[in-house]
Design a protein around this ligand. Structure first.
Ligand code: SF4
Length: 328
């Protein structure tokens, strides 16, 4: 294995619910190609959460679409339970759709306004279980509403009769209705009032303990990612530039981009190193990314070599991976 191949993980762990294996996604665009996701690898075991964080346009939402099998990768594989999700037979695809659920950013557009809550929440049960769902669904509906903190009376109402936070609770009830193995949480609190974000995040954590599934938590909000995640992948222009357990990312970030994100978003903390690596400028066009290190045009410590060679994502001890020539 070359050092450039040392992305995480080298081989998918047997316990992983989902494994993203050297996945890239390229779109043809006028004047070239857009590499939205660039050789990303990670895996999530049952009961664990991997957070993916980065600015808009870093590729994190494209990554979630690849995991959800909404579009195929250009290169690499997404493995669910060890099987390539694009090589599943018909019955295996059914298993995939039962085992993988999602909660999206906007609870206003993700719920059908013409359907009552009962129909919305039980839709996955009905679609996946057919006739078997009849007796189960009435009991299950009340359980699900209770588990997300909604009264049973909510079942007969329409989405417009709820607040944003309550709508997201409805979306969460729908997502967990089949006790999925994996839930993709794509900016699930970004559209909500700050005052209720913590309630929804705590609800998601409690539900994870109950259903035992894996979470892929995608957000630009570092505080939310820290609250939810066991490990964090920091993405920049489609690639992972740092990957580590949550405490390592927050207490000892090694990549200048991660340091800049932290400095911009978290209050000063004497336990953390001096994070004065401010990020400047705009994120470059992914159609024409900089040579060498993609971050070099905004990096406060870039040297000449950074323009010549792209730094590989390399392990720097204790499962802490960094893509920076100066990380050591
Ligand atoms: Fe900055 Fe160079 Fe490291 Fe890239 S490789 S993050 S430009 S120091």
């Amino acid at each position: 294995m070359t050092i450039q191949d040392r992305t995480r993980p080298a081989t998918p762990p047997a316990s992983a619910v989902i494994t993203i294996e050297a996945v890239s996604k390229v779109y043809p665009v006028r004047g070239g190609v857009l590499k939205a996701v660039d050789n990303v690898s990670l895996s999530i075991p049952r009961g664990k959460t991997v957070g993916v964080v980065g600015e808009s346009g870093c590729g994190k939402t494209t990554l979630s679409r690849l995991v959800l099998r909404m579009e195929p990768p250009t290169e690499g594989r997404v493995l669910f339970g060890g099987r390539d999700v694009w090589k599943l037979g018909r019955s295996e695809r059914k298993g995939f759709h039962r085992g993988v659920a999602a909660v999206f950013q906007d609870p206003y557009s993700s719920l059908n306004p013409r359907h009552r809550v009962s129909q919305i929440v039980l839709e996955p049960v009905r679609v996946n279980m057919g006739r078997e769902s009849g007796g189960l669904s009435r009991v299950r509906l009340n359980d699900l509403l209770r588990s997300v903190g909604l009264p049973e009376a909510a079942a007969g109402l329409y989405p417009h009769e709820f607040s944003g936070g309550q709508r997201q609770r409805i979306a969460i009830a729908r997502a967990i209705s089949l006790s999925p193995d994996l839930v993709v949480l794509d900016e699930p609190v970004s559209a909500l009032d700050v005052s209720i974000r913590a309630q929804i995040l705590n609800l998601l954590k409690d539900l994870q303990q109950q259903i035992g599934g894996a979470y892929l938590f995608i957000a630009h909000d570092l505080a939310a990612v820290r609250h939810m995640s066991d490990e964090i992948a920091v993405m920049y222009l489609g690639a992972v530039v740092e990957y580590a357990p949550v405490q390592a990312i927050y207490n000892a970030p090694k990549h200048p981009y991660t340091q800049g994100l932290l400095a911009a978003s978290l209050p000063p903390d004497p336990r953390r190193p001096n994070l004065d690596a401010t990020i400047f400028g705009e994120i470059p066009s992914p159609i024409d990314p900089p040579s060498g290190c993609r971050f070099r045009t905004r990096c406060p410590i870039a040297v000449a070599h950074c323009a010549e060679e792209r730094p590989p994502l390399r392990e720097r001890g204790d499962g802490h991976l960094v893509a920076c020539h100066l990380a050591d």
